[in-house]
Design a protein around this ligand. Structure first.
Ligand SMILES: *Cc1c(COP(=O)(O)O)cnc(C)c1O
Length: 418
């Protein structure tokens, strides 16, 4: 048991090879519940490690600035075609380096500096790049931020509409990083239409669920869709912008030459592979299993007295408010990590605590579902989470849970670990 197989790296640079191996072991042994993470397939891993990394290809297929694109052009076209088919959109740009640059390209395409953008506030579950004040998007643009209702933990679409009518944004973002509930794309579309704004659906977290039919699609409602490729979609680190025909040209111009130089062709190849995988019947099953696991974990946690924002989940993500358990999010996350369970501390809506030590814990089931865990195991996970959170500081107990967690995970294969 000593993988990943990186023989050339081990020979040339044992120091880096050792670190790669240590990270692989960590990913193999831990119960990984970080909602934005996953395990990519062996095929995706291999594609990211190819000689395509050696090639420069600024521009788009058939319109490049350097020669030698006989192979890179079909790679990028294949990735874009697969994205178009999978999501049923007119246009796909697969060049953004990651989710944040993809969103920045949207600003460049549809706003001038100082124009108004509307998005969900970061502490309410939005993303930095939806106009939050510390982000360039909040510094260079006027930003109007919506949240969720205190009583329901859900977006109040009347509030969103009122804010939009008052602030007249040019772009409205929907989607976020800590939203456990279905996003109502038709309702956002109606609001955007009313104020003549471009609706951008940022489906970074849920793209795999959308592809697999386990979350409604924004297509037909949002003319522009941004997504990372590495969360539930289970591809390499990267991003895409999907658009209808009317918005395609502006998106492409913004990505290149507006914002980026040469695309990362090894990543593009791996995106193509991941999109091929996401088009299979097996992936549809995976997407529904992710949701079934999240529902089961949410129910088991609620049964143990955990307070869940919005009361539960519709997707892969659970936001736990630890206030009732008498522990902050950060010490809880640290105790869990010590116990072999990886999660991240997170703000909860209307959090009375500081952002670097908030009240919440964010959990997700994308990675453990890839490993093959099922709903039957979620009560055990909830029991370990409960025990670890209550026993923060009891090193012996945390060690014991970590050993049990590693024993459980040892029965489930991990791509890239033989
Ligand atoms: C993860 C995420 C991003 C940013 O992606 P990076 O690849 O980390 O830059 C943007 N928007 C949402 C909603 C996300 O969840």
């Amino acid at each position: 048991m000593h993988q990943p197989p990186v023989p050339a790296l081990s020979a040339a640079d044992p120091e880096v090879a050792r670190l790669v191996e240590a990270e692989a072991r960590r990913q193999f042994e831990k119960i990984r519940l970080i909602a934005s993470e996953n395990y990519v397939s062996r095929a995706v891993l291999e594609a990211t490690g190819t000689v395509l990394t050696n090639k420069y290809s600024e521009g788009y297929a058939g319109r490049r600035y350097y020669e030698g694109q006989q192979v890179v052009d079909p790679v990028e076209t294949l990735a874009a075609d697969r994205a178009k088919r999978l999501f049923a959109v007119d246009h796909a740009n697969v060049q953004p380096y990651s989710g944040s640059p993809a969103n920045l390209a949207v600003y460049l395409a549809f706003l001038e500096p100082g124009d108004t953008v509307m998005g969900m506030a970061l502490p309410m579950g939005g993303h930095l790049t939806h106009g939050w004040n510390v982000s360039a998007t909040g510094k260079w643009f006027r930003s109007a931020q919506y949240g969720v209702r205190r009583d329901t933990g859900r977006v109040d679409l009347d509030e969103v509409r009122d804010l939009a009518l008052r602030e007249r944004p040019k772009v409205i973002f929907c989607g976020g990083t800590a939203i456990p509930r279905t996003i109502d794309f038709p309702a956002f579309a109606a609001i955007a239409r009313e104020v003549d704004a471009v609706l951008v659906a940022d489906i970074a977290h849920i793209a795999g669920l959308v592809a697999g039919g386990a979350h409604p699609s924004p297509v037909g409602h949002a003319p522009v869709i941004t997504t990372t490729t590495h969360k539930t979609l289970r591809g390499p680190r990267g991003a895409m912008i999907l658009a209808d025909a009317a918005h395609a040209k502006a998106v492409d111009k913004a990505v290149f030459p507006g914002l980026q130089g040469g695309p990362h062709n090894h990543t593009t190849a791996a995106i193509a592979v991941a999109l091929g995988e996401a088009s299979t019947e097996g992936f549809r099953t995976y997407a529904h299993d992710v949701v079934a696991n999240a529902r089961a974990l949410a129910a088991a946690l609620a049964h143990r007295g955990f307070d869940l924002v919005s009361g539960g989940t519709d997707n892969h993500l659970i936001l736990v408010d630890l206030t009732g358990k008498g522990i902050g999010g950060k010490p809880a996350a640290k105790a869990l990590d010590r116990a072999g369970i990886e999660a991240n501390y997170n703000t909860v809506p209307y959090d009375p605590r500081k952002p670097f030590d908030p009240s919440g814990l964010r959990l997700g089931t994308a990675a453990i579902t890839t490993r093959g865990l099922g709903p039957d195991q979620m009560p055990q996970l909830a029991a370990w989470i409960d025990a670890a959170v209550q026993a923060a500081g009891d090193e012996a107990l945390l060690d014991r849970i970590a050993a049990e967690a590693a024993e459980l995970m040892a029965a489930y294969p991990m791509p890239g670990w033989a």
